[in-house]
Write a protein that binds this ligand. Structure first.
Ligand SMILES: Cc1cc2nc3c(=O)[nH]c(=O)nc-3n(C[C@H](O)[C@H](O)[C@H](O)COP(=O)(O)OP(=O)(O)OC[C@H]3O[C@@H](n4cnc5c(N)ncnc54)[C@H](O)[C@@H]3O)c2cc1C
Ligand code: SF4
Length: 821
C-alpha cells in the first residue's frame, strides 16, 4: 500500500477510526480507486470473539494505560457519562441496530442557543434522503419481523394505552436467509465482497438479546461485515490497534502528516503501555478523514490545535448527548398478575414511541423525542442492575466514589473505563424488568476542551430540563400502563445522564464562528481534512444518530471525490532550511553549543504550571542551540550582549523536530529595579504546517538568598507563541535595553490567544560538561576572545552573587561592560 517518500509512506487517504462515518467514507473512497488506509485503535472482533464470561467482561474496556484493550470506552464528565466503543466497526459493534432517519422538521435553522449563537443545520432532509437510501440498503435495514416477542408486545400495548402508538424501526440485523421467511440461527451465505473475518460464519438472528455486548452470531449487519468488508475488497488497508495521535498539515504541496502509535496487547517486557509512551510513527496522506467519534475526533483536534491554525473558535462547541435518558421499569404486571416482559428475548431494541415536537405542528409543544425498549443484557442494563444488587454495593460505592472524586474534587481523570471494569466484576442479570432508552432534541450547548491534557466536557441537564421532565413523564406513563414500578437511572439523582449518543465538538456551520467544518464536513482553513462522524453534528439528531452520521459521510465522500486528489509532493514534505550564523569580516567570533530539555505542554501560559502538567503527560521540549557572538568585541561592548542562535527545537506536542529559522540570544540584560540579570532567548520556528512560531525563553540570574547559582543559570522558563515575534525595536541601546529587560516576566508579550504552550527547561550536568567542550573561536583574536567572553560571563555572576553581598546591598547593580575587571 502507498508510495514512499524517503522513509515516509504516502497514501491518498488516511481514515481515522472505523465507525459509521469512517467506514462509509473508507468504502466510498476505496471503491473509487483511492489508496485508503483505515487506522482503528481497537481490535478486530469476528463472530464468537465477543466477551461473555464475567472475567472477560471485567476486562472488556479500553484503557491501554491499564493494559485494557477491550470493547467499551467509558467516560465521566461534568453532568454526563458517555459510553462509546473501541474496535473495528466502532459503535456498530455495541449499538442496538436502530436505523432511523432524522425527522424532516428537526433540521432546524437559526434556533437560538441559551449562551448565544444558533443551532443551524445547513442542509435539509431532502438533501440527505438519497444518502439514507444507500446506507439503508448496504446495512440491510429491516423492521423486527417476529410477532410473539413479549417485550415488543408489552411496549406496543402500553404505547397504544398512552395514545402514542409505537413503530418498529428498521434494524440492521439479518433475520432471514435471502428469499426465505425469518428463522433463528440459520447459516448465511457469504457477501459478494467477502469478509474481514476469515474462517468465520454468520447466522440469522438467534434473538439472544446481546446486541449491546457484541453479536457472536454475526447476525448484526455491523460495519465490519458490510462497509469495511467492501472497503477491504476494494483495496483499503484496515489497520487495527493503530491509534492516531496528531495531524500536521504539510506545506504548499498539500496533504497531511498523520502521527500514530501501534498498541501491542500482551507484548512481552512492555511495562509502560500508555499511548503517549509508545513510539510515534508517521504516514503522509493527501486527505485525512476523521471518523474517530465525538470524543476521539474532538480530542485529536484539540490536541493538534497548535499545528492546525485554521481551526476556528467553534472547536469544542455544540456538544450534546442527543437527549439520552435511561430509566427502568421493574416488576411489570397485567391485571395484577406478573407480566414476563422477558427483556432477554429479541434484539435489544425492537420498538420506538415517537413524541412529536412543536416543530411538527399538530398542536404539540416543546421538544420531540423517542422512547425505545432496551432489552437485557444490554450494557446499560448492567449498570442499572449493579446499582440494584446488594452484592455489587461495595464495587458500586467504590465506582461512585471515583466518579465523585473526579467531578467534585476535579481529580483530573475523565476516562473511567478501568473503574467500570472493577465495578462490573461478575455482574449478573436481574429479571422481570425492562429498561427504556429515550433520546431526542436536547440543547447542544455543551463545550469540550482540554483540561490538563485530558478531554473535558462541560454540559449539564440544566438548559434541557423541560425536555427531560417531559420525557420522564412519558416514560412514567408507559410504566403505569405496564403496571410497573418506575426507576430512574442511578445517576439521575445527581442530575446526571448517561449518553450513548455523544454528538458535537467539531460542528458544521455556515461560517468559521459557527462551524469548524463546512456543510460537507471539510475543515475550514485546512483543505483535505474532513470530519465525518458524530462530532460534526451541529445539534442533536433526535432519533438514534448512526444512520444520519453514515448518510452525512456518504454525502461528504461524494463531495471529496469531486475534488482535486493530486498527491503531496516531495517539496511539501521537506523541512525548511536551517539558519546559519552570519560571518563578520575581520572580526573574531565565539560560539558554543548548549542543550536544554524539560517538561513543556500546550494550552498553558505559566511555565511552572505548564511544567507540572507536562510531567504528568510526559510532554517535553528540547533544544540544541549554537550560540554565536559573531564579533566578540562588539558583543562585549554592547550592553545587550547580543548573539545569534541556530539549531533546532524538538517537542512531541509541536510535531517533532523544528529547525530554528532565526534566533536571538542575550547573555545578560538587567531588568530595571531588580538586582538580577536575565538571559533571553527568542527563536523563530515553523511547525510542520509551515505556520510561524516563536519560542521565548528567559533565565533569571538573581541572588534570592542561598547558593542557587547553578539553578539560576541552568533553568530556562519558556513559552511558545503563534507567529514570528520580532525582537523589540528601539532607537537607542539604552531604550532597547529597557524594553528587553522589562518585557513582561522576561518572556515577552503573551496574549493568551497567542500563547500555545509553556514549560521549564534545564541543562543536565552532563550536557553542561559537554557544553564546556564546545566553545570555539574563529578569527585572529583566538583564545583572547574566549577569555573576553569568560570574563563577561563570570564577571556578571560575580556581580550578582558576590559583589552585592560584599557591598551590603541587594540591588542596583550597574549594567555595562565588564572591561577593567
Ligand atoms: C449501547 C449503545 C447502543 C446504541 N444503539 C444505537 C442504535 O440502536 N442506533 C443508533 O443509531 N445509534 C446507536 N448507538 C450510538 C452509535 O453507536 C453512535 O452514534 C455511532 O457509533 C457514532 O458513530 P461515529 O462514526 O461518530 O463514531 P464511532 O462509531 O464511535 O467510531 C469511532 C471509532 O474511532 C475509533 N477511534 C477513536 N479514537 C481514535 C484514534 N485516535 N485513532 C484511531 N481510532 C480511533 C474508536 O475506537 C471507534 O472505533 C448506540 C451506542 C451504544 C453505546
Ligand atoms: S439478538 Fe442481537 S446479538 Fe442476538 S443474534 Fe440477534 S442481533 Fe445478534
Amino acid at each position: 500500500m502507498g508510495n514512499r517518500n524517503g522513509d515516509l509512506e504516502v497514501v491518498d487517504a488516511v481514515v481515522v477510526g472505523s465507525g459509521f462515518g469512517a467506514a462509509v467514507a473508507a468504502q466510498r473512497l476505496a471503491e473509487a480507486g483511492k489508496q485508503v488506509v483505515v487506522m482503528e485503535r481497537g481490535r478486530r472482533y469476528g463472530p464468537g470473539d465477543f466477551a461473555r464470561t464475567p472475567a472477560q467482561m471485567g476486562r472488556n474496556f479500553w484503557d491501554p494505560s491499564e493494559k485494557l484493550y477491550g470493547l467499551f470506552d467509558a467516560w465521566s464528565f461534568r453532568g454526563t457519562e458517555g459510553l462509546v466503543s473501541s474496535g473495528l466497526g466502532g459503535g456498530s459493534l455495541i449499538y442496538a441496530n436502530v436505523l432511523l432517519r432524522k425527522d424532516e422538521h428537526w433540521f432546524v435553522h437559526d434556533s437560538p442557543l441559551p449562551g448565544g449563537g444558533y443551532e443551524h443545520w445547513p442542509f435539509s432532509r431532502a438533501d440527505l434522503d438519497p444518502h439514507y437510501d444507500v446506507v439503508e440498503r448496504m446495512l440491510g435495514a429491516t423492521p423486527y419481523p417476529y410477532q410473539d416477542t413479549p417485550k415488543t408486545n408489552a411496549v406496543e400495548r402500553a404505547a397504544v394505552a398512552i395514545g402514542m402508538p409505537a413503530v418498529r424501526p428498521p434494524l440492521a440485523v439479518t433475520f432471514a436467509r435471502p428469499g426465505e421467511a425469518p428463522a433463528p440461527g440459520l447459516e448465511l451465505p457469504a457477501a459478494g465482497y467477502g469478509t474481514v473475518h476469515a474462517g468465520s460464519r454468520r447466522l440469522t438472528c438467534t434473538l439472544c438479546g446481546e446486541c449491546d455486548i457484541g453479536c457472536n452470531a454475526g447476525a448484526k449487519n455491523t460495519l465490519d461485515h458490510t462497509y469495511l468488508a467492501s472497503a477491504a475488497h476494494h483495496g483499503a488497508d484496515l489497520r487495527t490497534l493503530h491509534e492516531v495521535r496528531a495531524i500536521r498539515p504539510l506545506g504548499e504541496g498539500g496533504g497531511y502528516l498523520v502521527k500514530y502509535v501501534v498498541h501491542e496487547p500482551g507484548a512481552k517486557g512492555l511495562e509502560d503501555t500508555r499511548t503517549r509512551s509508545l513510539p510515534e510513527r508517521s504516514i503522509v496522506a493527501r486527505r485525512v478523514v476523521l471518523g474517530a467519534g465525538t470524543f476521539g475526533t474532538t480530542f485529536l483536534l484539540l490536541r493538534s490545535r497548535a499545528s492546525l491554525p485554521g481551526l476556528g473558535p467553534a472547536l469544542g462547541t455544540r456538544f450534546c448527548g442527543n437527549g439520552d435518558l435511561l430509566t427502568l421499569l421493574m416488576d411489570c404486571t397485567l391485571d395484577g398478575e406478573h407480566l414476563p416482559v422477558d427483556g432477554g428475548t429479541g434484539p435489544v431494541i425492537t420498538t420506538a414511541v415517537r413524541r412529536p415536537d412543536a416543530l411538527d405542528g399538530d398542536g404539540w409543544t416543546g421538544r420531540g423525542f423517542y422512547v425505545e425498549d432496551a432489552g437485557f443484557p444490554g450494557f446499560l442494563g448492567w449498570l442499572v442492575e449493579t446499582a440494584q444488587l446488594r452484592s455489587a454495593a461495595r464495587r458500586a460505592a467504590a465506582f461512585a466514589w471515583q466518579v465523585v472524586r473526579n467531578r467534585v474534587l476535579a481529580h483530573g481523570r475523565s476516562n473511567i473505563s478501568a473503574d467500570l471494569s472493577t465495578l462490573l466484576g461478575d455482574g449478573r442479570l436481574s429479571a422481570g424488568s425492562l429498561p427504556l432508552l429515550g433520546m431526542g432534541r436536547d440543547i447542544p450547548d455543551g463545550t469540550m476542551s482540554l483540561h490538563e491534557g485530558r478531554l473535558a466536557v462541560d454540559w449539564t441537564t440544566a438548559t434541557s430540563r423541560a425536555y427531560f421532565d417531559e420525557m420522564r413523564a412519558t416514560m412514567e406513563r408507559l410504566s403505569d400502563a405496564l403496571g410497573a414500578s418506575f426507576k430512574d437511572n442511578p445517576l439521575w439523582w445527581a442530575k446526571r445522564v448517561i449518553t450513548v449518543h455523544p454528538l458535537g465538538g467539531v460542528p458544521i456551520g455556515r461560517h468559521v464562528g459557527e462551524g469548524v467544518c463546512d456543510a460537507y464536513g471539510e475543515v475550514r482553513g485546512h483543505p483535505g481534512l474532513h470530519v465525518v462522524d458524530g462530532s460534526a453534528m451541529p445539534g442533536p439528531v433526535g432519533a438514534n444518530p448512526s444512520l444520519t452520521i453514515a448518510a452525512m459521510a456518504d454525502r461528504a465522500a461524494t463531495r471529496m471525490l469531486e475534488q482535486d486528489w493530486s498527491r503531496p509532493t516531495a517539496t511539501s514534505i521537506a523541512a525548511p532550511a536551517r539558519a546559519r550564523a552570519s560571518v563578520v569580516p575581520g572580526a573574531t567570533s565565539v560560539a558554543f553549543t548548549e542543550r536544554m530539555t524539560g517538561p513543556f505542554t500546550l494550552d498553558q501560559t505559566d511555565p511552572q504550571r505548564g511544567a507540572e502538567i507536562a510531567r504528568s503527560l510526559r510532554d517535553h521540549l528540547t533544544f540544541v542551540l549554537t550560540i554565536t557572538a559573531t564579533d566578540i568585541e562588539a558583543f562585549v561592548a554592547d550592553p545587550l550582549h547580543r548573539a545569534e542562535a541556530t539549531g533546532w527545537v524538538e517537542s512531541n506536542v509541536l510535531g517533532g523536530r523544528l529547525d530554528v529559522e532565526r534566533g536571538w540570544f542575550h547573555l545578560f540584560v538587567h531588568p530595571r529595579g531588580t538586582p538580577g540579570r536575565r538571559m533571553l532567548y527568542r527563536l523563530w520556528l515553523r511547525d510542520t504546517a509551515g505556520s510561524p512560531l516563536t519560542l521565548l525563553g528567559a533565565k533569571d540570574v538573581e541572588d534570592d538568598q542561598g547558593l542557587d547559582v547553578w539553578a539560576d543559570t541552568t533553568t530556562l522558563f519558556v513559552r511558545v507563541v503563534a507567529g514570528h515575534l520580532p525582537p523589540p525595536e528601539a532607537a537607542t541601546h539604552a531604550q532597547a535595553l529597557a524594553v528587553l529587560a522589562d518585557l513582561d516576566d522576561g518572556l515577552g508579550p503573551t496574549a493568551p490567544d497567542k500563547t500555545l504552550g509553556a514549560g521549564v527547561l534545564v541543562i543536565k550536568p552532563w550536557d553542561l560538561a559537554k557544553q564546556l567542550t564546545t566553545f570555539r573561536t574563529q578569527g585572529d583574536a583566538g583564545p583572547a576572545a574566549l577569555a573576553q567572553f569568560g570574563r563577561l560571563f563570570l564577571g556578571e555572576l560575580w556581580d550578582v552573587y558576590v559583589a552585592d553581598r560584599l557591598a551590603g546591598r541587594r540591588g542596583g547593580v550597574r549594567v555595562g561592560t565588564r572591561e577593567g575587571r
